[in-house]
Design a protein around this ligand. Structure first.
Ligand SMILES: C[S@@+](CC[C@H](N)C(=O)[O-])C[C@H]1O[C@@H](n2cnc3c(N)ncnc32)[C@H](O)[C@@H]1O
Length: 257
């Protein structure tokens, strides 16, 4: 049902504040993806198939795009910028979304944006697209990079307290909704809290109901020496009958202690 909602939402994108998208791949592939949204091979097939349908690259947005979430992200960039260094932002599970490049392009403050995904196909498509169509940042000191990264290994790649903001549009949803992904999602959340700087935040954009997600966030964030994090939610909006939320998790403790 949830996947049908995603599909419906994407098909309605010209009427709503959604991004234009490529055509959806075969039904059989979607069914397979549904079961395996925590698997690299399933996403590689998804991005290979969606990109092969169009001769020109088009960003593929899982539900809405940057315009719909910009106002939720900007305040966190401003808070993080008080430290007078480029704000370190990770788009975790970026796919071929324009979210990361849009943050890089639009931020008046210097940012260092890393767009990371487990799928080398998605990462290659993004790299090639940006190389062929360079994005000009508002702040000349801003940087962007594309990285193949399994976010279940986040703390192997990033040291403790090294990121200011992690944005997750649909990635935790993908893990939570796959057969074997629930434990992975909890581990990813704990690793996010570890690699975030003090007062750094994780923003999860999701259609999961707050009754379920807030409890999950509060429970999963506990343990492994991590003190309780602040968890909150704001409504992003209703698109074609599906309500989307921005979940915010901020660690106020020093996880290195
Ligand atoms: C629902 S899609 C969202 C993509 C993108 N954020 C968007 O808004 O269009 C989930 C993304 O998470 C990626 N993904 C799944 N498991 C992952 C993992 N363990 N590490 C990093 N990325 C992962 C997938 O390749 C896919 O691009």
């Amino acid at each position: 049902i949830l996947f049908a909602a995603f599909s419906l939402t994407l098909r309605s994108c010209s009427q709503e504040k959604l991004q234009d998208t490529n055509k959806w791949p075969r039904e059989s592939m979607l069914a397979e993806l549904m079961e395996n949204m925590d698997k690299k091979s399933a996403w590689d097939r998804f991005y290979s198939e969606t990109s092969s349908r169009s001769p020109n690259f088009k960003n593929f947005e899982w539900f809405f795009g940057f315009d719909a979430v910009q106002d939720f992200i900007t305040p966190f960039l401003q808070t993080a910028s008080l430290s007078r260094r480029p704000v370190q932002v990770l788009d975790m599970g970026c796919g071929t979304s324009a979210l990361g490049p849009s943050i890089y392009r639009d931020s008046a403050l210097p940012v260092r944006v890393t767009c990371a995904d487990i799928s080398p196909v998605a990462v290659r498509l993004m790299r090639e697209h940006v190389r062929a169509n360079p994005v000009r940042p508002r702040n000349a000191s801003s940087q962007i990079e594309f990285l193949e990264l399994d976010c279940t290994q986040l703390d192997s790649h990033y040291g403790p307290s090294s990121l200011d903001l992690i944005v997750d549009k649909g990635t935790t949803d993908a893990l939570l909704r796959s057969k074997e992904g629930a434990e992975k999602a909890a581990s990813v959340l704990r690793q996010c809290l570890k690699v975030l700087r003090r007062s750094g935040s994780l923003l999860q954009f999701s259609d999961e109901d707050p009754d379920a997600r807030l409890v999950w966030l509060e429970t999963a964030a506990q343990g492994q020496g991590l003190a309780a994090a602040d968890v909150g939610v704001q409504e992003v909006g209703v698109l074609r009958g599906v309500c989307y939320y921005c979940y915010q998790v901020t660690a106020h403790h020093d996880v290195n202690k």
